[in-house]
Design a protein around this ligand. Structure first.
Ligand code: FE2
Length: 259
């Protein structure tokens, strides 16, 4: 007699994580990483937040090889407790937020093809690990991103999810920061893309001081250069924004400003 065990109940609270096998990357993929790394670092030395530059060194990013997440995570564990975890690709917003709340950053593992060196609509490991993960070595940014995830996971409706997606977009993805009298890039979309960073620091972009409620109310379009971005004074300002959101949620159940 054949018996059937009950199928496992799908765990929808977190995405399915996939293991990275660093030995699987081809010489061509390491070459593409090296080319992207060299081209971006040449400019970022002058245009990126020092927090990014320090973070890239602290997590041990190498110029010549696709990073092994296990090595990066060993270093991050002793710094902030964040880790980068492999996922297949797009994951639902609620799962993404829950990962952030537990200091896990969902990361794609593929390397973009050489033919799409400068533009790729979906994230790859260069965007996710080179662009995002160095900031996770900074205790202030690490605290912000974890708090962001915990608050975003409490969003009750589409309007609140949209507002938190805007906060993510204008800080984590496309944020600018004032450092040593200059505007520097820290958002991953700017760190990982020469064209987007050049636009963000150039004359065509309207750079405004970070204001939480302005950010929550500003729509954005992906797949185009950004006409408007926000500049924080420092990363403490980001954490203060989450404190304000938390107070609103506790008071009214909504993270949006009271009407
Ligand atoms: Fe990103």
């Amino acid at each position: 007699m054949q018996t059937h065990s009950a199928p496992p109940i799908a765990d929808t609270t977190l995405p399915r994580f996939i293991a990275q096998d660093p030995a699987q990357y081809s010489p061509e993929e390491h070459d593409v990483w090296a080319l992207l790394y060299a081209r971006r670092m040449e400019t970022l030395a002058q245009t990126a937040s020092q927090v990014f530059l320090d973070g890239a060194a602290r997590i041990g990013l190498r110029a010549d090889r696709v990073p092994a997440l296990a090595d990066v995570n060993r270093r991050l564990a002793g710094l902030t407790g964040w880790s980068a975890v492999g996922v297949e690709g797009f994951i639902p917003a609620a799962q993404f937020f829950r990962c952030l709340a537990s200091r896990r950053f969902p990361t794609t593992l593929t390397v973009r093809p050489r033919a799409q060196l400068d533009y790729l609509p979906e994230p790859d490991i260069f965007h996710d690990v080179f662009g995002h993960v160095p900031l996770h070595a900074d205790t202030r940014f690490a605290a912000y991103l974890q708090r962001f995830g915990a608050l975003a996971a409490r969003a009750q409706d589409d309007a609140q999810v949209t507002a938190m997606a805007r906060l993510f977009w204008f800080t984590v993805e496309f944020g600018l920061v004032q450092e040593a009298g200059e505007t520097r890039v820290y958002g991953s979309g700017l760190i990982s893309s020469h064209a987007d960073a050049a636009n963000a620091l150039g004359p065509a972009c309207d750079r405004r001081p970070f204001d939480l409620d302005a950010v929550l109310a500003t729509p954005f379009e992906i797949d185009r250069v950004q006409p408007l971005l926000y500049v924080v004074e420092d990363f403490a300002q980001l954490f203060e924004a989450t404190a304000l959101i938390a107070a609103r949620l506790d008071r009214s159940g909504s993270l949006l400003a009271p009407p």
